[in-house]
Design a protein around this ligand. Sequence first.
Ligand code: ZN
Ligand code: ZN
Length: 152
Amino acid sequence: MGIGGEYVCEKCGYKSEQILMGPGFLSAPRHPMIGARIMNGEYGEKAKKILEENPDSEFSFYMVIYQCRCGNITSEDVVRIRSRGKKIDEGVPWTFGGPKMDVYERGKILYRPVVKCKECGKRMREIRNPPMEMPCPKCGGTMGFNHDLFWD
Ligand SMILES: [Zn+2]
Ligand SMILES: [Zn+2]
């Protein structure tokens, strides 16, 4: 389960777009629904082609927060495709009572998307550990994360 909300500036009231963070149930490795979406071209032709050429690769889905140098913050649902490494475990349940799956070492990254800023067109940077506070792009004040929903 992930959480969602907005960053809101305490000083000028600026609000970011809705930000989703954390893993959802579709984040399980090789989730068949995500595989189907990739093959439908929903994540672009490049991702589809890589999965076609590497049917054994490990793909997974994430909600990733990106920040631009201009201050714009966004969250995107992205897929990443990796080659499959050595098997390290077998039949591990992903969630309680959920499907069991084999666990592989992480291989090479075959595909990861490039996210461009909607405001200025520059390439955005991934934020791995989203902070609960961010500087405001408008006034330089402090924005807090206003958590208002759960998603999965
Ligand atoms: Zn502000
Ligand atoms: Zn930007």
